[in-house]
Design a binder for this molecule. Structure first.
Ligand SMILES: *[C@@H]1O[C@H](CO)[C@@H](O)[C@H](O)[C@H]1NC(C)=O
Ligand SMILES: *[C@@H]1O[C@H](CO)[C@@H](O)[C@H](O)[C@H]1NC(C)=O
Ligand SMILES: [Zn+2]
Length: 325
């Protein structure tokens, strides 16, 4: 088992962190607590947005800058990036960590933080992640028990937009993949995400729910085949994002509405974000195309993160152009 390597750079007051491996939760949390002390033009703030069934904090990092301009539009808007809702999708969490470092420590990233405030939830389902790392690699749900034998809810079926176990979910607590929970927002993790989305008065214009695998950018609706009113705009920015991702390493990414790729699904986070008024709401499926599936080798973490960062940079320009026009 590889150990993550933490090197302390006293000169910068910053931890270097090994982004090329699937880090343990403890190491991720240690890294997050050091981010605040990093000097630089980007201010970051770590906070807990909730506590899980097993008592772990759900962490969120906020990145912003004092620079007044150039915003996109006349008021600065925010983007929410949510990773690790499904615990076996390790690449999602690894990407989020890479992307936070990109925002904080690169010229292009700092430009993005001038344009938008960023809210990043790197591990929305920490109980699941620890369980997947230590016990059952393909664990997907949270760890809230229904009873002794049937544990966990699929958090991405539990959101309060057209929540419906009969529509792409399950009312069976023993279902390992898609149990929708006893009611919408029954789970502490989905509640925590909801409260960030709607209860804090943050002016979000973008939501990115990061998953694996499938190499695609998909947008609402998921619960119905109906189109959102601004389908053409969402498609345009998805096209730009996926073209940028593909051109980095030649790995093909596609885009479309959720139902172009999946049957209808109720209770999705991306549908909830859209219904809450976040215009540019997407779910991203990272690598791969099924060759390794959820067991994506660590040597693909950096290339996957680089192409997805390119995609988000291009997407953010598209969002910026749309809201400024
Ligand atoms: C747990 O609940 C499931 C679903 O209702 C049921 O099939 C199972 O027998 C229960 N197990 C225990 C130990 O009660
Ligand atoms: C999946 O991706 C691998 C690596 O890029 C490629 O060699 C393979 O042909 C792809 N398979 C399919 C079914 O697209
Ligand atoms: Zn997923």
């Amino acid at each position: 088992m590889k150990q993550s390597i933490l090197i302390l750079f006293f000169a910068l007051g910053c931890f270097a962190f090994d982004f090329s491996i699937y880090n343990k939760l403890d190491d991720i949390e240690r890294y997050l607590t050091t981010l605040d002390s990093c000097k630089g033009r980007v201010k970051s703030r770590l906070e807990s947005i909730g506590t899980t069934y097993e008592g772990r904090s759900i962490n969120m990092i906020t990145m912003s800058t004092n620079a007044r301009a150039p915003y996109c539009g006349c008021k600065k808007k925010a983007i929410l990036v949510e990773c690790g809702i499904h615990s076996r999708e390790f690449i999602s969490i690894a990407f989020c960590l890479y992307f936070m470092d990109f925002l904080k420590n690169t010229q292009t990233g700092i430009q993005l933080v001038k344009k938008f405030d960023w809210y990043l939830i790197p591990v929305l389902n920490p109980d699941g992640y620890v369980y997947s790392m230590n016990v059952e690699r393909l664990w997907r749900k949270n760890r809230n028990p229904f009873n002794e034998t049937c544990v966990g809810t699929d958090l991405n079926r539990n959101f309060g937009m057209e929540w419906d176990p009969a529509n792409g979910g399950s009312d069976d607590p023993c279902n390992l993949f898609s149990y929708s929970g006893p009611q919408s927002f029954s789970e502490l993790e989905s509640q925590a995400a909801r409260d960030v989305i709607v209860n804090r008065g943050i002016d979000f214009v973008g939501y990115l729910g990061v998953h694996a695998f499938g190499q695609m950018w998909i947008y609402p609706w998921g619960y119905t085949f109906d189109l959102v009113p601004d389908d053409a705009t969402l498609a345009k920015c998805a096209q730009i994002a996926t073209a940028a991702a593909t051109s980095r390493n030649g790995i093909p990414y596609t885009y479309g509405k959720v139902t172009d790729f999946f049957p209808t699904i109720g209770g999705l986070a991306v549908d909830y974000a859209k219904s809450a008024g976040i215009k540019f709401s997407y779910e991203i499926e990272l690598r791969d195309n099924g060759t390794f599936g959820h067991l994506l080798p660590e040597d693909q973490i950096i290339p996957t993160s680089e192409e997805t960062t390119d995609a988000i940079v291009a997407w953010a320009d598209c969002v910026c152009a749309e809201i400024a026009s």
